[in-house]
Design a binder for this molecule. Structure first.
Ligand code: CP3
Length: 347
């Protein structure tokens, strides 16, 4: 089988024969094979065993026939070598031993040396670059989303401590953003050198911010990150996460190639708000994977039709797959996206 680069072409707004599709959390607990592996290994153990991690990354590509793989890892992984002690607790998420709240905490954060600190990640990427017939997406968390775990000490509903630092100690906040920004650039460059064919920055919780606060406290770091990545030879995706609709106009001049949007804003409306500089990725509500097929099909059709109104569209969910989702629905959806979009594009 030859290499399928449809996903890369869609990211670069080039010609495609079908709409490419991949899913956030395409490796995970909805898969029986993943649950079996998780009985023997924690999530972080899987990340640290390159052969096993590569196997977990490849599994959904084989099962679903998606057009891209995403590295199996977690946004917390590069925070370890920065000096953050954390664990990932099932059904809750990342939990820190001690949150980062004062000047000494932030000053203690080191920059990473991926070749030494995260050699297992790079080794996994090297294996995958050899074995995959589709591009591998490397990734990292974005500064706000990472900071929210670091300052809160775990998942949060209202981001009270995070916003308290942002509003009350803006200098300290900026230092934290700066350190995370540098880590992100270093880490993504290392992933690309190891063989990642695209990279995505997950800003899952940025939608908790008012647009003017995002603009003041987060945008400058996002601007700098994408500027520093401008010359890298692979597409860059920014996923602005849950309820990010009001932020979309602020992304217009970020040097990313693709903007990932959630389901609260349609693809057509998303393009209107972001402008036409970027390809768009999204945005099926993952809950729709539990709906009857006819409902799911008509929603998928609507998303594809809007996606094809301009060059540059990648089909995805608006957020990650839940454990309750039946794998055969995902397979059926993947086939549908390929077949329906192929019929539209080759009329
Ligand atoms: O297939 C893939 O998408 C690649 C793997 C991946 C994981 N985490 C593995 C994982 C990716 C891309 C992530 C990113 C990530 N991690 C984000 C950004 C994307 C998003 O979902 O918004 C965030 C916010 C995290 C932090 C995190 N890690 C959360 C909120 C959770 C969920 C807690 C739970 O148990 O539901 C985790 C755990 C986690 N990371 C799982 C997986 C597959 C859950 C399964 C498990 O514990 O084995």
């Amino acid at each position: 089988m030859s290499f399928n680069d449809t996903f890369i072409r869609a990211c670069l707004k080039q010609e495609i024969e079908h709409v490419p599709v991949w899913y956030m959390r395409q490796a995970g607990r909805y898969q029986a094979e993943y649950r079996e592996i998780r009985k023997k290994h924690t999530l972080l153990e899987i990340c640290r065993i390159p052969e096993l991690c590569a196997e977990v990354t490849i599994l959904p590509v084989q099962q679903l026939g998606v057009d891209a793989a995403i590295l199996f890892s977690d946004i917390m992984v590069p925070l370890g070598p920065m000096g953050v002690k954390y664990d990932i607790i099932e059904k809750r998420g990342p939990i820190l031993e001690t949150p980062f709240r004062n000047a000494d905490d932030i000053a203690s954060l080191r920059n990473i040396e991926p070749e030494e600190d995260l050699s297992y990640v790079l080794e996994t990427i090297q294996i995958l670059a050899r074995e995959l017939k589709v591009p591998l997406i490397g990734f990292t968390g974005a500064p706000f989303t990472l900071a929210s775990y670091m300052v809160e000490g775990g998942p949060s509903r209202n981001y009270i401590r995070t916003k308290q630092m942002m509003y009350g100690q803006p200098e300290l906040w900026n230092r934290l953003m700066e350190k995370l920004g540098s880590m992100i650039v270093t880490y993504l460059k290392a992933q690309i050198s190891a063989g990642a064919g695209a990279v995505q920055i997950f800003d899952s919780w940025a939608g908790a911010l008012a647009p003017e606060d995002y603009k003041q406290y987060v945008y400058p770091t996002m601007k700098r990150i994408f500027q520093e990545l401008k010359e890298v030879p692979v597409p860059k995706i920014y996923f602005g996460g849950v309820s990010s609709g009001e932020l979309l106009p602020l992304w217009n001049d970020l040097d990313a190639d693709v903007m990932g949007i959630d389901w609260r804003v349609s693809i057509r409306e998303g393009r209107k708000r972001i402008g036409n500089n970027h390809a768009i990725q999204g945005n099926l509500d993952p809950t729709m994977l539990l709906a009857p097929w006819s409902k799911l099909e008509s929603k998928a059709k609507e998303i594809i039709d809007q996606g094809l109104e301009a060059p540059g569209f990648v089909f995805n969910l608006g957020h990650g797959i839940f454990p309750e989702v039946p794998g055969d629905m995902l397979k059926r959806l993947t086939d549908y996206v390929h077949e329906y979009s192929h019929s539209v594009l080759n009329k």
